[in-house]
Design a protein around this ligand. Structure first.
Ligand code: GUN
Length: 287
């Protein structure tokens, strides 16, 4: 049976570290502050944003909640970002994705000052990551690597297989895992891969970030592999008050039979995303 990786407990330690660093900054008169922009009322996005703001408050940091209507124009958003870029009290700017369809997300993200890009989505941050230079690293991939290190899972020489090629998880994670010091060999599978199980069965480390509930079954996993489930899918569940429950991209029951380690959903990667964001905000404030 797989060892279950307690992302919640590991994230708590990281958040405590962020709180201590935020306290040090406050003693110097700097209160780390993140501006959080949410356009529209997507329930999942609203829940993520609330979680981030709660974590900031618990770490003794400030947040500016900027809730905009679904119909906000691109020009209004660009103007808001320009104001926040110029505000010395704001150290980080986070635009919750996805944005409403009429807005060009790339244009919005590119407008953020790279020094305040705590999500690590700006092309300058992406470039730094690809080049192996210092810069903000996207929170979810950074959290995944932190979990692997914390659990002492061998990455050097390991074959890491990633399911999903998103700019938020798959692509930055592949770039992190091939860096010197981490040294994994990486395969990325995506919707154009005819039979991804050929690759997943060879993975020492399998990272599922495809956005498809229960996609990965136990028989697609190499015995003893580390399985990191990035999927956060809302599936209908009449027994729940909310009417849904969260399910990962991995079929947890069958995967536990084959994997060596596994992250649960919820309580695995999700809390790490928030914890790494706290560190990026402290980092932005200390510059
Ligand atoms: N939407 C899904 N994940 C993320 C994230 O890490 N940051 C932002 N800004 N939006 C997201």
């Amino acid at each position: 049976m797989a060892e279950i990786i307690d992302g919640k407990a590991i994230a708590e330690k990281v958040r405590e570290d962020a709180r201590i660093r935020a306290d040090e900054l406050k003693r110097k008169g700097i209160i780390p502050c993140l501006a959080v922009i949410l356009a529209g009322e997507d329930p999942a996005s609203l829940s993520y944003v609330t979680g981030k703001e709660k974590a900031l408050a618990e770490a003794g940091m400030e947040s500016r909640d900027l809730r905009l209507s679904e119909s906000v124009s691109e020009a209004e958003l660009l103007s808001l970002i320009s104001t926040l870029n110029a505000d010395p009290k704001v150290h980080g700017i986070l635009v919750q994705l996805p944005l409403p369809r009429h807005i060009d997300s790339d244009r919005i993200i590119t407008a953020i000052d790279p020094a305040k890009d705590v999500d690590g989505f700006h092309p300058v941050s992406v470039g730094n990551l690809v080049l192996g230079k210092k810069g903000f690293i996207p929170c979810t991939p950074n959290g995944v690597v932190f979990l692997l290190k914390e659990m002492k899972i061998k990455t050097s020489g390991a074959h890491a297989v990633i399911l999903g090629r998103s700019s938020i998880v798959g692509k930055p994670l592949a770039n992190l895992l091939i860096q010197k010091g981490i040294n994994a060999t990486v395969t990325i599978c995506h919707t154009g891969t005819p039979d991804f199980s050929i690759y997943t069965r060879q993975a020492d480390i399998l990272i599922a970030a495809a956005g498809s509930p229960g996609l990965v079954k136990g028989n697609m996993i190499k015995p003893g592999a580390a399985v990191i489930d990035v999927g956060v899918n809302r599936v209908a569940d009449a027994a729940k008050k909310s009417g849904f429950r969260l399910r990962g991209d991995v079929d947890f029951e069958s995967a536990c039979e084959t994997a060596g380690w596994i992250t649960p959903v919820p309580g695995g990667v999700g809390p790490m995303t928030i914890a790494m964001l706290m560190l990026n905000v402290v980092e932005a404030a200390s510059k």
